[in-house]
Design a protein around this ligand. Structure first.
Ligand SMILES: Nc1ncnc2c1ncn2[C@@H]1O[C@H](COP(=O)(O)OP(=O)(O)OP(=O)(O)O)[C@@H](O)[C@H]1O
Ligand SMILES: O=P(O)(O)OC[C@H]1O[C@H](OP(=O)(O)OP(=O)(O)O)[C@H](O)[C@@H]1O
Ligand SMILES: [Mg+2]
Length: 293
């Protein structure tokens, strides 16, 4: 089938950077696949053209993606919020993508009883010197930053640092290294979609955003259908207001209506209980395969 893209000859492809490996890579490719885009089948492929949808994907290290977008070499990127801030690139967050969630935290050997104010003069190891440096500078704290590529948690045991700042998801890596958190979280990070600062995104970008939003809504909402007697329609609709408004249709059976509304997936069970309590019956939940809201 010819897409609207192919039909409009002469429109330039949108160049999109996608993490080629690491914590965000698989989930990013899955999201793009659910949004209807072609994705590479071989993890060694570096570029993939999806001409029918007017896009070209470049598989790059997540740390480099903000740089390419900030320089204007690529139009759009998927990376981590922590990596965007660390890079200092001229790129802005357009949409958070709901995966790759983590916190960026300070840690020190268990029992050291450290606080932010005691960091002055200490050696701090991190793979995110831009992010940590800016955070500490804003608070007037001066440390010796030791920039490492990864496995930062080991730096203290090996004697090159006194404290670290790193990505924490479950906390397992920290615990296994005998470390504990201190200070407030520096940042709540997750996968985000970015574009170049101050530059109008290319034509067709809106369609890309709508598709990703469609995936997020389909993941986060379900469709709920139920029957309810006329005198309880108002109570039931108050429980399921939908995104705009629920659909209420008369049933063949006198005195009853059918109601249809989108509800947050995580609350679906509680909502069904609440509907039952106001007299709704035949309550059904179905997945949303795709949508444009
Ligand atoms: N365990 C994790 N859970 C959730 N997000 C994570 C985790 N580890 C890293 N991330 C996030 O994924 C993004 C990319 O990090 P990733 O670890 O994939 O890259 P890297 O450290 O440069 O590469 P690698 O670890 O492959 O050497 C960052 O935004 C980071 O916050
Ligand atoms: O809290 P956890 O669930 O243990 O996850 C956090 C760990 O995951 C990442 O490591 P990664 O595997 O990316 O290795 P790296 O440190 O070399 O980047 C991150 O740098 C932490 O070390
Ligand atoms: Mg890593």
């Amino acid at each position: 089938m010819t897409s609207t893209w192919a039909a409009e000859a002469g429109k330039r492809l949108i160049k999109i950077a996608v993490p080629n490996k690491g914590a965000l890579s698989e989930a990013a490719a899955q999201m793009l696949h659910e949004a209807g885009y072609a994705q590479r089948t071989d993890s060694k492929e570096l570029v993939l053209l999806d001409e029918a949808n007017g896009v070209e994907f470049f598989y790059l290290r997540p740390r480099d993606i903000a740089l390419y977008v900030g320089e204007g070499t690529l139009d759009v990127g998927i990376t981590g919020r922590d990596m965007l801030l660390d890079s200092g690139a001229s790129a802005v967050e357009q949409l958070s993508l709901g995966f790759g969630g983590s916190r960026f935290r300070f840690a020190a050997p268990a029992g050291s009883d450290l606080e932010l104010e005691k960091l002055d003069g200490l050696r701090l190891a991190t793979s995110y010197p831009g992010l940590v440096g800016a955070y500490l500078a804003q608070r007037g704290i001066s440390v010796r930053l030791i920039r490492l590529d990864g496995a930062v948690e080991t730096a203290i045991r090996l004697g090159v640092a006194d404290v670290i700042a790193d990505v924490v998801e479950t906390g397992t890596t920290l615990r296994q290294a005998g470390l504990e958190l201190f200070g407030d979280p520096i940042l709540q990070s997750e996968a985000i979609m970015i574009t170049r600062t101050g530059v109008e995104p290319p034509r067709g970008f809106d369609q890309f955003v709508r598709r990703l939003n469609g995936v997020l809504v389909a993941r986060n909402y379900v469709m709920m259908d139920y029957d309810v007697s006329d005198d309880h329609v108002a109570d039931a609709c108050a429980i399921t207001p939908g995104l705009e408004s629920p659909t209420v249709s008369p049933l063949a059976r006198q005195g009853w209506h059918a109601v249809r509304a989108m509800v947050p997936r995580k609350q679906a069970q509680q909502i069904m209980d609440d509907l039952w309590a106001v007299g709704a019956r035949a309550i059904l939940v179905t997945d949303i395969a795709a949508c444009r809201i």
